[in-house]
Ligand binder design. Structure first.
Ligand code: UD1
Length: 422
């Protein structure tokens, strides 16, 4: 079983290149199913979730090939209608293949999608959107099936601004006759990126990135060449690693505008930050002070996915702060693990209160989800002694070359194989 051995890190120094966004590339890979000709995606991160998405495409009959950071997809052989159960269970974003298959083939089925255990994560808003477009949807305890002779444009008001439901509604609406209006849509930049790809393929979409999206469906889509947006959560992770360990890092091929709430909290804590159009430089050579309390909100608020790494970066601050999670009801699993390092954290419902501790000690830690796993890694990089982190597969779901990038910046970590106890 792979595990990460992590020692206390010296101040970080160097440059890191940010990859394409996990949460953009997954819906865009599903969207390639709608095209009649091959697609090329540049800046495509080599992460486990992408491996699984490509396996889903192949299981449906598409051809795919990776060349470096570019992925070629030929959807012309797509004949399948259902996502294999083991791949559906591998990640939450498998649900996006429902909207794409429904639009492309009029039929789709999926066993209930997996993903990080951070909350109940129902798909009722997704299904509401499909039904509004005229699909028949049947759900059993473990499978969702959708079918439509014909999809027709409709007005869809989502009960909440769900990222996945907005993307699924957009995907299905591109295959519907007439105009679909999605109200109370999520505004995350990855939704605008999906729309950017679909528009490059010939779709007619306006308003993506706002809460009111309009899709004029029924236009045939041809494959396009598209470059995936930079990953704002990977960006936040490296910024927080530098804030946690001190030093100076330059992040390249990123976009500071997408990381504003995180940059704001880090500046409040005493980090110096300077940005160009595609770089962020962060420097922390003095003590870190507590940032103001943080509350996760849908975009453009503080991202729920960046809260674990910011919390980890605040463990040794002078002072007290608090983190309130409003999106997922079970996001604080990693907080229990952080307690093993000697940190002073108290969970009070959806809020974790933190009292900074100057010295942390090493421990055996178990990652249970992607961003919680990244938080454990950042915490271990601040602890005296050698920590072991199990559950590395969760971290690999969303980070491309995290270990080598941190090593090249001076961090002391390595993956080792630990035999399972008999
Ligand atoms: C996406 C991101 C995830 C991020 C999250 C919030 C991807 C692949 N994942 O997840 O990294 O943390 O957005 O920014 O892009 N909800 C319902 N019913 C539904 C759908 C959602 O009640 O049908 C609720 C969820 O339980 C949650 C909230 O809406 O409380 C937001 O979830 P949503 O935006 O859908 O998250 P995901 O798309 O799963």
């Amino acid at each position: 079983m792979p595990a990460l051995l992590v020692s206390k890190s010296p101040p970080l120094s160097g440059e890191v290149t940010i990859h394409g966004a996990k949460n953009s590339v997954l819906p865009i890979l599903a969207a390639t199913l709608l095209c009649r000709t091959p697609c090329v995606l540049h800046n495509c991160p080599d992460i486990l979730d992408v491996t699984h998405a490509l396996a889903i495409l192949r299981s449906l009959g598409c051809a795919s090939e990776r060349r470096g950071a570019s992925v070629y997809i030929d959807p012309r052989g797509c004949a399948g209608r259902s996502v294999p159960p083991e791949l559906a269970a591998s990640m939450r974003a498998s649900s996006l293949f429902l909207g794409a298959l429904l639009a492309g083939c009029g039929e789709a089925s999926l066993s209930l999608p997996g993903g990080c255990p951070i909350g109940a994560r129902p798909v009722d808003y997704h299904l509401l959107a499909f039904r509004a477009l005229g699909a028949e949807v049947a759900q059993t305890d473990d499978t969702i099936s959708c079918r439509a002779q014909k999809l027709t444009g409709a007005n869809i008001t989502l009960p909440g601004p769900s990222v996945g439901a907005t993307e699924n509604a957009m995907l299905a609406a591109t295959g519907a006759d007439g105009v679909t209006v999605i109200e109370n849509a999520a505004c995350e930049p990855e939704i605008a990126d999906l729309a950017g790809f679909l528009i490059a393929c010939g779709a007619k979409i306006t308003g993506a990135g706002t809460s009111h999206i309009s899709v004029e469906g029924g236009h045939p889509l041809t494959g396009a060449t598209y470059t995936i947006l930079p990953d704002r959560i990977e960006t936040a992770t490296f910024l927080c690693a530098c804030a946690a360990c001190g030093g100076e890092l330059t992040l390249r091929r990123t976009d500071a505008r997408l990381a504003e709430p995180v940059l704001g909290s880090l500046a409040e804590s005493g980090c110096r930050i300077s940005c160009t159009h595609d770089t962020i430089q962060i420097c922390r050579n003095g003590p870190l002070t507590a940032c103001r309390p943080v509350v996760s909100r849908p975009y453009p608020g503080f991202p729920t996915d960046a809260m674990p790494v910011l919390l980890a970066a605040q463990l040794r601050v002078q002072g007290q702060t608090a983190f309130t999670e409003t999106i997922f009801e079970n996001r604080f699993g990693y907080v229990r693990e952080l307690g093993k390092l000697g940190v002073q954290l108290r969970q009070d419902g959806s809020t974790v209160r933190l009292n900074g501790t100057p010295r942390l000690h090493a421990a055996q830690l178990f990652a249970e989800d992607l961003r919680g796993g990244a938080a454990l890694l950042l915490a271990a990089m601040q602890a005296e002694g050698e920590s072991t982190i199990f559950g590395v597969k969760h971290i690999k779901r969303g980070y491309d070359t995290l270990e080598t990038a941190l090593q090249s910046a001076g961090a002391r970590l390595k993956t080792v194989e630990i035999p399972k106890k008999m």
